[in-house]
Design a protein around this ligand. Sequence first.
Ligand code: OGA
Ligand code: NI
Length: 375
Amino acid sequence: MSPAMVMAAKTKQNDNLESQYQKGVKHLCENGINKVPKKYILPVSDRPNMKDRELINVNKQNLKLPIIDFAELQGSNRPQVLKSLANACEQYGFFQLVNHGIPSDVISSMIDVSTRFFELPFEERAKYMSSDMQSPVRYGTSFNQNKDDVFCWRDFLKLICNPISDVVPHWPSSPVDLRRLVATYAKETKYLFLMIMVSILESLGLVGTTENKTEEDDILKDFQDGSQLMVVNCYPPCPEPNLTLGMPPHSDYGFLTLLLQDEVEGLQIQHQDKWVTVEPIANAFVVNVGDHLEIFSNGKYKSVLHRVSVNSMKSRISVASLHSLPFNYMVGPSPKLVNEENPRGYKDTDFSSFLEYISSCEPKRKNFLESRKLC
Ligand code: OGA
Ligand code: NI
């Protein structure tokens, strides 16, 4: 073979591999692998640090997130719980929400139908592949598969959930009960989000007195009409989990994310300059502050970097429900939280500037939020 022919053959082989990877990790695993392909191997400095993990295992109690009891928040202890809530949003950017009132069968059905979706034959899942970020349904792999140099060990199904009656007919028709179960779950999480948001606004001193009742109603109305995106993540077992990640370090764009994880560990958050693993609590939600809430609170509440590690034993499913204001709304620091002591720290932003941002660069780390900061 001439050098040109060798080159051509190599390029073809690479193209073949590339198109294999675009089909996702589940597909890759179904074809049987015992090593992580080069495409998924992170540079040493970005790999999950096993030393960190050992450290965490020794001090297990250190990685417990603050727990907020939703039922208690609605009772006579509300002022106390609001303080814990504020503290969690300031110090961790994360908390576990228990006693939230969503029936456990709604939760188990959501995990169950997600599992069954990813067990469908590849051809069935592939029907929903799309590079259109605005599509009401999008099946894909990695973090940003058109941009990532190194791929992540994750496949996903993204479902836009608003307005619910318009979008449901676009969602996958298989498994047959997916639309019904996910719609129920979406409505329940939306209601819960609104209830948590009322508490968050109160904890920031923005609502909760009789004088600002109309203001409260106005903000709530905006959130009621707000955006909701559901991301169902599937992390298949990985033969060499130290070399790759399920998701790279990132922050979430919206006000709040309600994350449901099955019983398998994987979520890690950055806390006091260390990566710590969040212990799953059955039936609880991991709730985190997103970029929009950090901006809205003028930096009081923190949108914290998090990532996902994978393991060699078990497949993991998680469902993230991301909530914000309507897509075309501007988010800026609440005027009441800007004063001489706390000057305005961020530019106004909206969802389309975020989309533009992630389509124009690799959305790693906290670049978007950084780009909104006034120095
Ligand atoms: C996300 C996310 C964490 C997880 O979907 O944005 O951070 O545990 N997911 O899957
Ligand atoms: Ni996230």
